[in-house]
Design a protein. Structure first.
Length: 263
């Protein structure tokens, strides 16, 4: 069994990860770190006692329980430092928190090489979302006029979402950058056309009631194509999280995107 530590274990996503790890026959929960949370991690998520109590300090917990993998669903301001700690201790980080800068990703890649320990970052752990991105890349070869609308809960800290940015990056691999729409258009209100990535527009919606959703809308002569994915609850991410935790140790360096494990 692969020994897993969950960082940010008391948060909404963290608790879902704790439950998923405890229910997976190939994974063993050995640590649950969070700045809040008390008692047994299993009881906290509605399962029998598992013998793992919440702890506060990541380094101390790593020293005590010797995990192989750290799943991190904290916040952008915390995840970079936590990943550095994990890599320096030869613990492979599986990162679900979005918002890391390109410079931070490069630094984690260097640390992964220095410590001979892989690090994995997923813009989205939902299997359906990965398929949505792959389908969007394929469609863009034939319908290059495209806009992205991503919709998330109002507690999300970063915009656009990591999924939207990864989708745009994949589309850019097969689509020549160009300005879409009327070249003389003017925004009456700044930001009305959304963010611009290689001429594609990305629109971010933040409202209570949403979890994680994305539409990739293509327009062509006399037709449109919409590829949409909806995560209706946090359980939708858990098969991908468990897949990453079980797959990462067979890889090296920095790995980005769950599709790398979906052969």
């Amino acid at each position: 069994m692969i020994k897993v530590l969950v960082n940010g274990a008391y948060g909404r996503m963290g608790q879902a990860v704790v439950k998923a790890v405890l229910e997976d026959k190939d994974l063993e929960l050995v640590g649950a770190v969070d700045i809040v949370g008390d008692g047994d991690a299993g009881e906290t998520v509605g399962l029998p006692k598992c013998g793992v109590s919440f702890t506060r300090d990541l380094q101390t917990t790593i020293d005590d329980v010797k995990p192989q993998v750290m799943v991190d669903f904290t916040i952008p301001d915390v995840v970079f430092g936590s990943a550095q700690v994990a890599l320096k201790n030869k613990v492979a980080p599986v990162i679900g928190t979005t918002g890391l800068s390109d410079e931070q990703k490069q630094e984690l890649s260097k640390l992964a090489e220095i410590n001979d320990t892989p690090v994995f970052i997923a813009p989205n752990f939902a299997i359906g979302a990965v398929l949505m991105m792959q389908m969007a890349k394929q469609a863009a070869k034939y319908m290059p006029e495209v806009e992205i609308i991503e919709l998330h809960h109002d507690k999300k800290l970063d915009a656009p979402s990591g999924t939207a940015l990864q989708t745009a990056a994949l589309i850019s691999e097969v689509r020549q950058a160009h300005v879409q729409g009327n070249p003389n258009e003017k925004e009456k209100v700044a930001g009305a056309r959304g963010a611009d990535v290689d001429g594609m527009h990305i629109h971010s919606v933040r409202l209570p009631g949403y979890v994680a959703h994305q539409e990739v809308i293509f327009g062509g002569l006399g037709q449109t194509l919409t590829i949409r994915h909806d995560s209706l609850n946090r359980e939708s991410f858990m098969p991908g999280v468990c897949l990453a935790a079980k797959s990462i140790l067979g890889h090296k360096g920095l790995i980005i995107g769950l599709d790398k494990f979906m052969d």
